[in-house]
Structure formats: C-alpha cells, structure tokens
Design a protein around this ligand. Sequence first.
Ligand code: G1P
Length: 299
Amino acid sequence: MTRRVTKAIFPVAGMGTRFLPATKSVPKEIMTLVDRPLIQYAIDEARAAGIEDFIFVTSKGKSALEDYFDTSPELEATLERKGKDDLLGALRATNMESGAISYMRQNEALGLGHAVWCARKLLGDEPFAVILPDDVIAADTPCLEQMVDAHEGTGGSMVAAMEVPEAATSSYGILDLAEGDPDARARKVRGMVEKPAPGTAPSRLAVIGRYILTPAVMRHLDEKKAGAGGEIQLTDAIAREIDGPEGVHSFRFEGQRFDCGSKAGFLQATVAFGLQRPDLRDELRGFLHDVIAMEEAAE
Ligand code: G1P
C-alpha cells in the first residue's frame, strides 16, 4: 500500500535576484499576491493535501519569513476588541500549530537538489512532497491534493507537468513519456532532463514545482553529483528512479500555473487572483478595460 504523504519541503533559500531591489530586504516568498504572501498560497495548498509537517529550507536574510509564521496575539486581541471579524478570521487562518514548521538552513547555494537534501534528517522512510512556492497554481482542487490522490494509485515518484512553448524548454526539467493513454493525467516517464540546450528537448512537457518523491530519491541526492549549470539537480536524482521498482510518473494537473519567479508571471497572477475576488473584481475589471482601451487608442 502507498504510504500517506504528510511531510512537505519548501525550498526557500533563493536570493530572489530577479526581484531586486524589492528583495534587498524582503524575502521573495513574502511578496504579496493581492493580500497574501506567496508562501501562504503554498502552505494552504499543502494543508489541503493533508500535509502536517512543513519543512522550510532557508538561507541568510530570511528571518521575515520565519516571523511571518509567528502568531500575533496582540494584533488578534485588537481586532477582536474592534469587532473586525473578517480580518481576525484572515489572520487566524495563517496560524500554524506549534512544532508543525521546521527550518533547515542551506549554507551553500548548490542547487535545488542540494536544498531538498538539506531536509533529509527530518524525513522518515516514507514519500514526501516538495513544493516550489514560485510556481503558484490556481485550481478548483489544489494541485498537490490532485497529485496525492493520483499517487495512491501509482506509488513511486511523481512530478507535476504541463506543456510549455518550445522556446521555453531550456528553462525547465523536460519529460519524455513512455507509451500509454495520451489522455491519462498520470503517465509513466521514461526520461527526464534538466534544462536541455535549445533544440534538444525530448518534448515540450515541463516539470512544474510540485513533487511527490520516494526516500530513494533522497539517497541519490546523497551522492551530490553536479548536473546542468554545475548545480546538484533534483531532476537528475528523480531520473535515477525511472528504472526503479515503482518508477516515475508525470501528472498533468488541472489548473492554471503562474511563474511567480518572473515579473511577468507575478503580475499576471496578481491580476488573475484579483479578478477572482468578489470585493475587487468589478473595480479591477473596469480599470483593466479602460487601460487597454487607452493603450489601443494611443497606438
Ligand atoms: C526548477 C527545476 C526544474 C523545474 C522548475 C519548475 O528550476 O530545477 O526542473 O522545471 O523548477 O519551476 P528553476 O526554476 O529553479 O530554475
């Protein structure tokens, strides 16, 4: 029987240089989409999927991220006294149970595989999830929950996947699928390569930042072999499980993914999430409509 997935690793050690100067003093994961920091979207998705232990792999300069997860009794008391129930609810929804979060420091920036490996001592002999908070996925059923459900049937390791334009394949882990039902959401993988050089990708199917991995993947990371870009790549460690007993599956999730590691993706996510909010929708729609009309008139 496949073991339940209850632990998730959140690699958050990156310096966020693409968002300088904002990230000079604010960790990227604290930047807000509408009114919630990026990391809150990742945490909420993990909770919905049944995750109970949250492991953050951090680095220097991330103390604001740790502070964010503290409870705020004074703020709660003030809101309570003023009868601001909506805000109180929003605040309390972010409270984490004591002991649910662990922080592990990545002392050297040696790649995503190395970041995940830093959490090895906090895991048992069971499958675990990895969530990259830069990839924000809007979906009716949160992406990791979809994967946990599918994983009960497949076992082994599983990576979220979606098609990207040919020109973007060199920015991702790219999958080569084994033969099988083209419409199935979970498909067996027969090859995967990290950031293939332009023109060499085996497909346009890219790995997106949601993983369910077996302890065997962690053992491969122990070898600390450098791959693409001289970094220790998670993709390479997962690929070694393709011929393992349970193999690797790709999972084509239902939902829309935003690359919040890029400015364009972050802005798109802000607009998309703003439009989903009943309190903002009409005003934002009207504004976008007017801005576009003005832009077109000026052309
Ligand atoms: C990482 C992974 C890559 C994956 C991507 C998804 O790359 O190494 O395999 O496709 O996340 O967002 P990064 O974006 O950190 O360069």
